[in-house]
Design a protein around this ligand. Structure first.
Ligand code: CTP
Length: 396
């Protein structure tokens, strides 16, 4: 899949640059042609000689050298993809404002190919509002942001911000270049899992959702080429590191995570079992047992699917779920209309092998065109593929 592909790796100053020689080796082994540009700061972390030797091409970093000028326009035109890895906070900020004080930035600004970035930074830097805003800005320019991993960081702290591993980046590039990827270049948002609505510091209202179906959908979308953000409620399941996973707990947090990202999305699949009600007040101290009965006053949460349905624009495709025990088809059709969804996936708890528990599901798809697709009981992975294929067919 990578044979003959021209990959331009742009290395910036981050400790994660030590992984780039391994990445270059993997890409060359897979048959790709690799050229490298790097910033001066990157040279402190990995030697240009190492990268030149492994890539079998000279490494470029200066706009001018003696009396010769590096042709940044041709480099950007040569590449099938430009991969900025690792992407430091400083270069990210420059990408967001169109800065051009080195060769790497000049190549980026003149690149006609797709640009993907693999950020690497400390968790606090990653979570800073300016970093989040800059990542959103470069995504809105059409660049692809590869997810970061969680683990040990250069600071010694444990958290989010590790650059994706060379094997993961290679796998992503293989998927990106594979021909049958119908959703390449698309951004998708998926919600999955339950939400927990806190009553007091030790108790919450939750539900039995495992998140398995939503995670399978997120992974199927990613395998079909989309860049996927998964907003995941509390679950013990660990989604693929190739997904950009945002962990949330409550319905409110899930709503906020979706609302801030929705504008950049082409597809959104709301699979989470979101609590419909949440306590009006969360007790600061543990509620002590008393003889009398206990009432907890609840208030309605925001319906995320319905809200996104109301604000969505024409090119966005919105999928919701309906989990029903009676009047299944009529209820699903009502949700399709009332929530302004493009598709509702029905699972009925009356069907054996369907619903929250277990590894299987049985679904019926209702589309806004009036078409209905019925499926047999299958593994959740197979159901996810059916749903993603339906999305691909309806958005063609
Ligand atoms: N949903 C949502 N936000 C909520 C409640 C539900 O986004 N606060 C979404 C779910 O993710 C799902 C769809 O709405 O895609 C339908 O959820 P479901 O629980 O079947 O229906 P409700 O709208 O909650 O209605 P009811 O519980 O009365 O059937």
């Amino acid at each position: 899949m990578l044979k003959g592909k021209k990959i331009l790796i742009a290395v910036t100053g981050s400790i994660a640059a030590y992984k780039i020689p391994s990445l270059v080796r993997l890409l060359i082994k897979a048959g790709a042609e690799v050229k490298i540009v790097m910033t001066d700061a990157a040279k402190g972390f990995v030697s240009p000689l190492t990268l030149a030797t492994l890539s079998k091409n000279p490494v470029l970093s200066d706009l001018f050298k003696n009396d010769s000028w590096s042709n940044h326009v041709m480099l950007g035109r040569w590449a099938d993809i430009m991969l900025i890895a690792p992407l430091s906070c400083n270069t990210l900020a420059k990408l967001a404002v169109g800065g051009c004080d080195n060769l790497l930035l000049a190549v980026y600004l003149s690149a006609t190919c797709k640009v993907a970035v693999a950020p690497a930074m400390d968790e606090d830097m990653l979570l800073h509002p300016s970093t989040k805003a800059n990542l959103a800005t470069i995504t809105s320019f059409g660049n692809i942001v590869l997810p970061v991993n969680k683990g040990e960081l250069a600071s010694g702290l444990i958290g989010e911000g590790r650059m994706a591993e060379p094997e993961e980046i290679t796998e992503w590039l293989k998927q990106y270049f594979s021909n049958d990827l119908a959703l390449t270049g698309k951004q998708a948002l998926v919600t999955a899992g339950p939400t927990y609505e806190q009553i007091d510091p030790v108790r919450f209202i939750g539900n039995n959702s495992s998140g398995r179906m939503g995670i399978a959908i997120a992974e199927a979308l990613q395998q079909a080429g989309a860049t996927v953000t998964l907003v995941l409620g509390p679950t013990h399941l660990v989604p693929s590191p190739l997904l950009n996973t945002v962990h949330v707990k409550s319905a409110r947090q899930m709503f906020e995570a979706c609302e801030t990202r929705f504008k950049q999305m082409d597809i959104a699949v709301m699979n989470a079992a979101v609590a419909d009600y949440t306590p009006v007040n969360v007790a600061v101290q543990k509620i002590k047992k008393a003889d009398a009965a206990l009432s907890v006053e609840l208030t309605k949460t925001t319906d995320i699917l319905k809200h996104l349905g109301e604000i969505k624009s024409g090119h966005q495709y919105l999928v919701g779920f309906a989990l029903e025990t009676n009047n299944e088809e009529a209820n699903a059709q009502t949700k399709l209309v009332q929530k302004h969804a493009d598709m509702i996936v029905l699972n009925s708890l009356n069907d054996e092998g369907a619903g929250f528990a277990g590894n299987t599901n049985k679904v019926t798809i209702f589309e806004k065109s009036g078409q209905t697709l019925r499926f047999e009981t299958k593994s959740k992975t197979a159901v996810a593929k059916d749903i993603v294929n339906a999305i691909i067919n309806f958005t063609k």
